[in-house]
Design a protein around this ligand. Structure first.
Ligand code: SOE
Length: 387
């Protein structure tokens, strides 16, 4: 017998669409008891929210998010509002005993993230942060390969996350489409928006980042504010590069910018260990590159004429998530990463297992982000405190 999972969505932007798609497709692919019902969407602009609700099939619209968060007919609050609203929404949703799924980054800073962790733990409500790239099957396969010990002792981790959409000085800060450029709304620039993804994946694959040293840059220092109409100083980091030391002894480099002309959503990772390496590029999302150092001669490891990288087409039923989709050799897309995340979350709710990344896990990523921003300011190594 299906159980209703009544969804209250706060916000309706790009992520509102990605999450709504996941809610609608969940039961088409995942064998779970819960059946999402799109109950309500909250946003300040009623007309836009109504258009969104009509398109995706939400039953009603509210202009005050508190009405959705406290509604008796909502079981799960999905937070897709800009970052500066996450704290209040999460605290109210936890107080109301709702399950909570929150867009990344969890918070504006560590203090907020800690308050959110405390709130969901006190309320005992299931919670998750949508770090969706973990759910790219090729990245999940990388995790499996690392867990199986095939990479061996790790030495280097390398991540890049590049975009180019803010190069023009004419792009405003603030407002619906460009709040990511407004420090008071976003909390940080590429560090919280893009590197948070890279950090989450890195710590999932290679354990905690102990310390960082960063260089950050704001290339366009004043922009028109879409809400006030005034030219105002820009407070976000447009680009950020940092070095990291992992607790396991590996070194890491992380690079992110929104000024890499030609790069739209270029997200790569590589981990090099003593026994192997994995490499992934989101522009080629169905492939995982794996190098295995395994040739044995007289009991010793050697390389021979067949040594080389293996390009694995992650589409077999043996690969993560791929048994629920199509036939081997066919692929899935960006939207499925959210569906996979939701499927894992709901399975976790049903089994009582805590699906990762939960708020506690996202707090660790937030600690690294804050340390990166601090180091960008002081130009010194900063201990992250991440576990
Ligand atoms: C920014 O352009 C953005 O939409 C991020 O906010 C998302 O998290 C990222 O996955 C794609 O780029």
């Amino acid at each position: 017998m299906a159980k209703e999972l009544r969804i209250g969505m706060i916000g309706y932007g790009f992520m509102g669409r990605a999450h709504s798609n996941a809610f609608k497709r969940l039961n088409d692919f995942f064998s779970v008891e819960h059946r999402p019902v799109l109950k309500a969407v909250a946003a300040r602009n009623r007309e836009n929210a109504q258009a969104f609700a009509d398109n995706w099939g939400y039953e009603r619209v509210e202009t005050d998010w508190r009405k959705v968060v406290t509604a008796d007919d909502v079981d799960l609050v999905d937070v897709c509002a800009p970052n500066h609203l996450h704290l209040d929404i999460v605290l109210a949703a936890a107080e109301a005993g709702k399950m909570i799924c929150c867009e990344k980054p969890l918070a504006m800073n560590v203090a907020e993230a800690e308050a959110m962790v405390e709130a969901v733990e006190k309320a005992g409500v299931p919670n998750m942060v949508w770090y969706n790239y973990r759910r790219v099957p090729a990245i999940s396969l990388a995790k499996q390969i690392v867990t199986e010990g095939r990479v061996g002792k790790p030495f280097h981790y390398r991540a890049t996350y590049l975009q180019d959409w803010t190069i023009s000085e004419g792009v405003p800060q603030g407002g619906p489409g460009t709040w990511r450029l407004d420090i008071d709304v976003a909390g940080s620039g590429v560090t919280g928006d893009l590197l948070a993804h890279s950090i989450d994946t890195a710590m999932w694959l290679n354990g905690p980042i102990a310390r960082v040293v960063a260089s950050t840059r704001t290339f366009v220092t004043e922009r028109m504010h879409a809400v006030t109409g005034k030219v105002q100083p820009v407070g976000i980091d447009d680009a950020c590069m940092f070095l990291a030391e992992f607790e396991n002894g590996a070194m890491g480099t992380f690079e992110s910018t929104r000024y890499a002309r030609g790069r739209k959503n270029y997200n790569t990772l590589e981990l090099n260990g003593a026994d192997g390496a994995v490499y992934f590029d989101l522009e080629d999302p169905e492939h995982l590159h794996f190098f295995e150092y395994q040739q044995m001669q007289s009991g010793k490891k050697v390389e021979d004429h067949l040594t080389g990288w293996r390009k694995i087409h992650v589409s077999n039923h043996e690969h993560p998530y791929m048994d629920i989709y199509w036939v081997p050799g066919t692929t899935i897309g960006y939207e499925h990463t959210f569906l996979n995340a939701l499927g894992d979350f709901v399975q976790g709710v049903e089994s009582g297992e805590h699906t990762q990344p939960d708020f506690q896990c996202a707090l660790q990523t937030q600690k690294v982000c804050d340390a990166v921003i601090e180091s960008g300011r002081t130009r010194e190594w900063v201990e992250t405190g991440a576990e």
